[in-house]
Design a protein around this ligand. Sequence first.
Ligand code: NAD
Length: 437
Amino acid sequence: MSYKNTIGIIGVGHVGLPTVLGFAELGYNVIGVDEDKEKISNLLDGKPSIFEPKIVELLNKHLSTGLISFTDNLVKAVKSCEVLFVCVGTPQKENGEADLSQVERVAILIAQNINAYKLIVEKSTVPIKTSQWIKKCIEMHLANNEEFDIASNPEFLQEGKAMDNFFNPDRIVIGIESKKGERILREIYKPFKEKLFVTNLNTAEMIKHASNSFLALKISFINMVSDLCDATDADIHKVAKGIGMDPRIGPSFLDAGIGYGGYCLPKDLRAFAKIGDQYQVDFSLLKQVDQINERRIDILVSKVINALLKFDGKTIGILGLSFKPNTDDIREAPSLKIIHQLLEKGYLLRLYDPQAMDNIKQVIPSNSKVIFTSSPYEAAEQSNALLILTNWDEFITLDFSKIKLTMSSPVIIDGRNCLNPEEIKRLGLKYYSMGRS
Ligand code: NAD
């Protein structure tokens, strides 16, 4: 631990909170700031607003060590910290562009309350040239002649693995154009010095967008191939394994299924496509990636309709609502679109997720068509089909012979290809998956 001052983290959501806890675990003093007063009060009580492995333990550990504190007073944090990491949201606007209003509000507040040198580190995912725009925005509102620098330090964490990613980063990208700012960030990230990749501001921002778009492209590519596998009796698992053995391609992000979701890939891909439009660079490839991903929902729903043959008020159990396992995040989760389509078609739904039930209850109204259940077995009861929409480990080890006994018709539709087809079929259940049928 070499950096001695308190580090400020602005926005303690899915990115900001793991960052607070990661820096504290490295031994730094950290203050987390958020305008959401309820979130702050819960954090001070040791209750995180998100589900992530290791978060509760680290939060309570460092509330005890005194290395962390939380406040809803951004001015206080600005005045007491030299380095401020900005981790606020950059949601998607209706036209696909990134909405930078949260970033702008923070920049203005920093400018108006600057009392000494500040290093403002942009961690949120933002369009290329945003750091330069933040610099101008701060200059425009600067209360006095204090110096400041801007850095870009895009976040690459994967929800569900946020703390592991913090302590074992593939790379830490830093865009910086001042020697002083670079020296401070090198000090803070000293424990990971081999992983540092230092470049200029625009390049750092480009790396983040290009990475997420490439990951989305890989998923849509394998999903497109999986549809052809369905049509030709090839097996997408083996195809993915076979192509992933080529080191030029690599085995990861080749899981066929119902597509990507969450707060990053969908919005970041669309924002990148918009940036392409802005500079007259043809990014139609990315628009195709998005469309292929959107079609996954229709493909899954067609599989349900085909599997159930005819419709007469049938009941469907759904296992998995979060956009991926080990998180309670349902932002842009494929499950939401699938639920809406199935409800429109008149099906009755029995929903279950190990962590996302509270979040889903806020967006799907409880009525006679939707039952929120408290176990995967309860979701399966009286169902004509059981859908798996998130590959939680808990679902892989279920007792499917027990499930079969309680279902009205024994049909499993595995939207994540996470079960073993032979084992499920041996138990006498009908099994459908994506690209392995
Ligand atoms: P989030 O919604 O979980 O958290 C954002 C937080 O910022 C919220 O708690 C909100 O209350 C707070 N906030 C907003 N305006 C504020 C202000 N003016 N002052 C103080 N607090 C304010 O969002 P997130 O998932 O943590 O994402 C944050 C950024 O990081 C986004 O740009 C996102 O694209 C990027 N990112 C997210 C992930 C991910 O997996 N979620 C991964 C990499 C990058």
